[in-house]
Design a protein around this ligand. Structure first.
Ligand SMILES: NC(=[NH2+])NCCC[C@H](N)C(=O)O
Ligand SMILES: [Mn+2]
Ligand SMILES: [Mn+2]
Length: 299
């Protein structure tokens, strides 16, 4: 059985709502390590990366790319840690932080191989560029950046531009896309299962197809799990909630199918914001989903 490594990235530089920097603590407090150990894994927590405090920084000259410099630094640091962890043969579980941290995790995976598939579980497309962003928040851009679209400083992290093949990238749970972001999603050629498709096909069929797209002919699947993919009823503690999301049962079904596929090589768990949460329920939800992802079943 493979060993797991936990890496915390307490960053809220990619969006405007403070508190998502406490995500790693909230997820740890919900018992992540202990519960994975109960499933039979050896788990080592590597602690947190150093992330600058937003109040101590200037958000930079470009309001289309807030905290560009700081996000670049954090992403480089995470890239090198993730790359080391996979080189050593371990599965990294990267705890955010807002979704901008996926820039560094995907870049780190790409040091090992440029042939990983990605399942991006999210309410949002995260396919904005500085030209299309309505907010200037970098957490709306990480998938575009990983595919080679966006500011050079971010796109170039890890030395390779375009870290993924769009034909092996799948968005699941989508229900909020900005107008010009939609254009890039189509142009880039990534697959996209909106909530409308989840309704019509059912989560089982959507995940069957998603696992084929991200898993067939690739070296494995990176799961980028944004908790706002779930309906706010189950995951209220997120900065950009959108109604009409994935249910508790659908979420677990998706994770169980990924576990059965045996293809997951790395995971991001992002956007948990304890300030906006009630009784840590979003972090608890995150931990439960990760348990299903790593093989927890009833019997
Ligand atoms: N990872 C996220 N929660 N992203 C939300 C992005 C929201 C919006 N599309 C933006 O670019 O500002
Ligand atoms: Mn996201
Ligand atoms: Mn999102």
């Amino acid at each position: 059985m493979q060993e797991l490594r936990i890496i915390g990235v307490p960053s809220d530089l990619g969006q405007r709502r403070r508190g998502v920097d406490m995500g790693p603590s909230a997820i740890r407090y919900a018992g992540l390590s202990m519960k994975l150990e109960t499933l039979g894994y050896t788990v080592k927590d590597l602690g947190n990366i150093n992330v600058p405090t937003p109040e101590m920084q200037d958000d930079g000259a470009d309001n289309r790319l807030r905290f560009l410099r700081e996000v670049t630094e954090v992403s480089k640091e995470l890239c090198s840690i993730v790359s080391r962890v996979v080189d050593e043969g371990y599965i990294p579980i990267i705890l955010g932080g807002d979704h901008s941290i996926a820039i560094g995790s995907v870049a780190g995976m790409a040091q090992k191989s440029k042939n990983y598939g990605v399942i991006w579980f999210d309410a949002h497309g995260d396919m904005n560029t500085p030209e299309t962003t309505p907010s200037g928040n970098i957490h709306g851009m990480p998938l575009a950046i990983s595919l080679g679209y966006g500011h050079d400083d971010l796109v170039g992290i890890g030395g390779v531009k375009g870290k993924l093949k769009p034909e092996n990238v799948v968005l699941v749970g989508i229900r909020s896309i900005d107008r010009d972001e939609a254009t890039l999603i189509k142009e880039a050629g990534v697959h996209c299962y909106t909530m409308a498709e989840v309704d019509r096909l059912g989560m089982a069929q959507v995940m069957k197809e998603a696992i084929e797209i991200a898993g067939n002919g690739t070296d494995g699947i990176h799961l980028s799990l944004d908790l706002d993919a779930l309906d706010p009823m189950f995951a209220p503690g997120v900065g950009t909630p959108v109604n009409g999301g994935v249910t508790y049962r659908e979420g677990h079904l998706a994770m169980e199918m990924l576990a059965d596929s045996d293809k997951v090589v790395s995971v991001d768990v992002v956007e948990v914001n304890p300030i906006l949460d009630t009784h840590n329920q979003t972090a608890v939800m995150a931990v439960e989903l990760v348990e299903s992802l790593f093989g927890k079943t009833t019997l």
